[in-house]
Design a protein around this ligand. Structure first.
Ligand SMILES: *[C@@H]1O[C@H](CO)[C@@H](O)[C@H](O)[C@H]1NC(C)=O
Ligand SMILES: *[C@@H]1O[C@H](CO)[C@@H](O)[C@H](O)[C@H]1NC(C)=O
Ligand SMILES: *[C@@H]1O[C@H](CO)[C@@H](O)[C@H](O)[C@H]1NC(C)=O
Length: 439
């Protein structure tokens, strides 16, 4: 009797803590890299150019049969920062293939190479957007052999079609940029990229058509001083200075613009701004009131990565909870409208990136980053994992599921046209209940 009870409890716990919806796709104990020959690889190990134990994957992106995987050069021995693996590899732990090739990943070759890459983005025009931070090292040991530069690759030809160096005014001495959001307008040329400066507290905008950049600053980019304490996988540490980080763009609204949602990392609050403001460089000095704050998402709500589906459902990592969360932009931003769609105390330790591909599959990578940084990984264990699941499966029976009949308060007040206007994505709607009563 007693043992049956224990067994039931055990099964129940197991059910609560293992991923329910996410299917495992890849899992690595340690990363490996593809070299042109075995002798070239042995030479790289011998000369210290390859140290697999220093490689931590931090970003993913999916395009056709490729899954891109980025590896920052925080320590030595990383042969390539931008890589891919065949999406349908025959092994669960495929070695990384440098993209577009190893020479284009040369540390410190500012004109032709990539030094360190974090999150990347594939757009509707089959282009891969990559921000090279130009750095080697992490935190206080960081060196900057190269300037920050936007690199855009044509995925159909595997050629780099654009390199744009940030202006000195786009960064400051504290700048650290890992996240990127990309918006394509009516044509492929009409594209903008947004980069969040986590430690320099800025938002850099790049216009593809004009090949120009500019920088916004705002107090909403700053950390909340009360939200800098983190405990992940039993490790307590402080990331108290981390400001604006994860970003996602809403679907295009009737006016052609989107809403950029963002959060500082040391914060549990969501913020928003229309890209109508961001795209206009003359608003840099004059847009304070065009940034909006929403509610907090709730305790243990730190997040570093997010993505939004074409239907306006935002997915984000919940790093303190080893979980993925969702919010449907048709609902107001508040804890009751935010759901945990999956969690796993072992396999989702530090879910580092989330992406939605063209087949409406959600992809998640987890990488145990705090263990890597603060203690070191046990390479006898599985350390890095990639999961996926259809978006519809993820949100089924949660508050994020899209219901057909949705009634919004007083819609006509804002000229709501239910046929063409995605009303809840209207910045005026989201601002009303939450922002200033004086607006
Ligand atoms: C964009 O600007 C960069 C300067 O960072 C320049 O080197 C490059 O040639 C420009 N590209 C185009 C297409 O104008
Ligand atoms: C950019 O902002 C300025 C200042 O508010 C405004 O006069 C101008 O019309 C805007 N430009 C566009 C293209 O919206
Ligand atoms: C991995 O396991 C082997 C055998 O149990 C052990 O000898 C080795 O020290 C372990 N390595 C690490 C890094 O823990």
């Amino acid at each position: 009797m007693c043992s049956i009870w224990i067994l039931l409890v055990y099964l129940n716990l197991d059910a609560v803590t293992a991923t329910q919806k996410l299917q495992k796709h890849f899992e690595w104990k340690i990363l490996d890299f593809v070299y042109p020959s075995e002798s070239a690889k042995l030479k790289a190990i011998f000369t210290g150019r390859l140290k697999p134990e220093n490689a931590l994957p931090v970003g993913i992106e999916i395009w056709q049969e490729k899954m891109f995987v980025t590896v920052p050069r925080w320590r030595e021995g990383i042969p390539s920062t931008l890589n891919y693996v065949p999406l349908h590899a025959t092994v669960k732990d495929p070695p990384l293939i440098p993209y577009p090739d190893m020479e284009s990943n040369e540390l410190g070759d500012c004109r032709n190479g990539l030094s360190t890459v974090y999150r990347i983005h594939v757009d509707e025009c089959d282009r891969l957007w990559v921000l090279d931070t130009g750095t080697f090292g992490i935190e206080k040991t960081t060196q900057n052999p190269c300037p920050y530069a936007v690199n855009v690759f044509d995925l159909r030809t595997d050629r780099r079609i654009r390199r744009y160096e940030f202006r000195p005014e786009d960064t400051n001495s504290r700048t650290f940029i890992a996240n990127i959001a990309v918006e394509v307008g009516r044509t492929c040329d009409d594209a903008y990229a947004y980069f969040s400066d986590e430690l320099g507290y800025g938002l850099v905008v790049y216009s593809y058509a004009d090949n120009k950049s500019w920088r916004f600053e705002h107090s909403y980019f700053m950390p909340d001083p009360l939200k800098g304490d983190f405990t992940i996988n039993g490790r307590n540490f402080q990331w108290g200075e981390e400001g604006i980080f994860g970003m996602s763009l809403s679907p295009a609204r009737k006016n052609g613009f989107r809403i950029l949602y963002f959060s500082p990392l040391a914060s549990e609050r969501e913020f928003a701004v229309s890209t109508e403001i961001l795209r206009n460089s003359s608003r840099v000095e004059d847009s304070y009131h065009d940034f909006y704050h929403l509610e907090e998402r709730g305790p243990n709500g730190h997040t570093t990565a997010r993505v939004m589906t074409a239907n306006g459902v935002q997915f984000f990592n919940l790093i303190d909870r080893n979980a993925i969360g969702c919010w449907n932009t048709r609902n107001s931003y508040e804890p009751k409208n935010i759901a945990v769609v999956d969690e796993d105390v072992e396999q989702l330790i530090f879910p580092c990136d989330v992406k939605v591909d063209r087949d409406n599959l959600l992809w998640v990578m987890s990488d145990k980053m705090p263990d890597f940084l603060l203690g070191g990984l046990d390479y006898n264990d599985t350390n890095f994992r990639v999961f996926f699941a259809p978006v519809d499966v993820m949100i089924k029976d949660t508050v994020c599921e899209t219901k057909k009949a949705v009634v919004y308060p007083n819609p006509l007040q804002f000229g709501y046209d239910p046929l063409v206007h995605n009303y809840p994505n209207d910045i005026r709607y989201i601002s009303r209940p939450f922002f200033s009563p004086y607006l």
